[in-house]
Design a protein around this ligand. Sequence first.
Ligand SMILES: [Zn+2]
Length: 421
Amino acid sequence: MSARILTPDADAIEASIAQLAGIVDDSEEGWTRQVFSDPYKLSRESVAERMREAGLEVHVDGGGNIVGRLAGTRGGELKPLMTGSHTDTVRAGGRFDGIVGVLGAIEAVAAMRRAGVQLQRDLYVVDFLGEEPNEFGVSCVGSRSVAGVLLPEHLDMRGTSGATLGGTMERFGLDPQRALANAWQPGALHAYIELHIEQGPMLERSGDQIGVVTAIAGIDRLMATFTGRQDHAGATPMDARMDALTAAASAVLTIEREGCGAPVHGVATTGRIEAYPGSFNIVPSEARLWAELRSTDSEWLSGVKGRLAKEIGEEAERRGVGLMIEWLTDQDAVPTSPAIRDIIARSADRLGYSWKPVPSGAGHDAAHLAHLGPMAMIFIPSVGGRSHAPEEFTPTDDIVRGVDVLIDVLTELDRAEALLA
Ligand SMILES: [Zn+2]
C-alpha cells in the first residue's frame, strides 16, 4: 500500500476554525460575524493572511471578495478552477457554515504545496462577501457580483438602520460601482466546486460521510393579504363573521400540507403572520402572512404555486374574506453539473468514503457561480442536522474527509477536458 502524499492536515484545519471562531461579536450568543461588522472586517484580514501563508496571491476584488490565486503551469491557456465559500455568519450562528469551505480550500492548497503537486490550471480560492441574508434583504453579495447578477437596485435596498446596501459597502471600504462591474464572463470557469456542511440531517440519518449535491433548491416567497370585516368580538355571532385571521390561519395549514406532499425535496414555511387592528375584542379585518416554498424540483414548485393560490383563495371565499397573493421573489432551482457529480462520487469511492446524492435546501454562493461554468458541491454531515444556531457542529474527522475529497476533485478537474455543464 503506497502512502498517499496529498492529505489534509487535521490539526491545521481544527486550529484555523478555532482561530476564526475567536473573532466574533461577543455581545451575541453563539458565533456572530455578520457582514459589514467590525469582527467580520477583522476576520477577513486573518483569512487573507492564511491564504498568503498557504502560497496564494491575494487581492480583494471589486465585489469585496477575498480572492487567492494559485498559478497553474498552463494558467495562460486553460480555463481556471474556482473553489470557496463564505466566512460571515447569521446572528447567533455557528462555527462551520461557509467557514469549512474557505478554510478547507486553503488547507487543500497548503496540502498540494506540501506534496509538491502543481495544477496546470489557475486555481482561485474565494471568501465571498456576505453570503448570509442581511438587513438589506440581499444575500450572496460577493458571489452575485462575480456572477454579474448584482444589480443597481440591490445597492439601493434600504436596511432597518435606513442606510442603503451601497452606502454600507462604501463605509466598509468598497466601491459599489466596482461591485457592479466585477463580473466574469459566462463560461469563464472550467469548474466551480464548493465544500459545505449539509445543514440538514440526511447524511447523519443514512450514515454517509460525503454528500454529492444534486441541486440547490429554488425559492418562491409570497405575501398573502386577507381582507375581512371588522366587527365586535362579543356581539357578532360566529356564523356572521368575515374573519381575516382565521382565513390566514387556515392558509398556514394549507401551506404546511403542500410542503409535506413534496415528492423529492420540498419544504413550505409560513414565517410571519400579522393581524389588524390586533385586539382581543375585535374580529380582525385584515391579516397578512409571509411564506416561502423551496424545492430542488422546479416542476413541483410551479405546481404548488398554482395550487396554493387556488386552495387558499377558495377557503378565504368560504369565509367571506378577500385574498390577494403577491409573489415577492422567485429563484429557480439550480442543478449541479452531472459530470462533476460523477467526479466527486469516484473520488469518494477511491478514498474509501461512503457517499450519497443529497439535495441542498439552503441557498449557496455556488448557485450564482453556475452562471460562469459547471458547478457542484460537496457536503459533509451536520450533527443533528443543526445549523444557523450555536449548536451547529461537524467533527474534525468529517471536515478532513471533505477536504480530502475536495483536493482529489480539484486535481481530477484540473486534468479533465472541457466539462459539460
Ligand atoms: Zn453557508
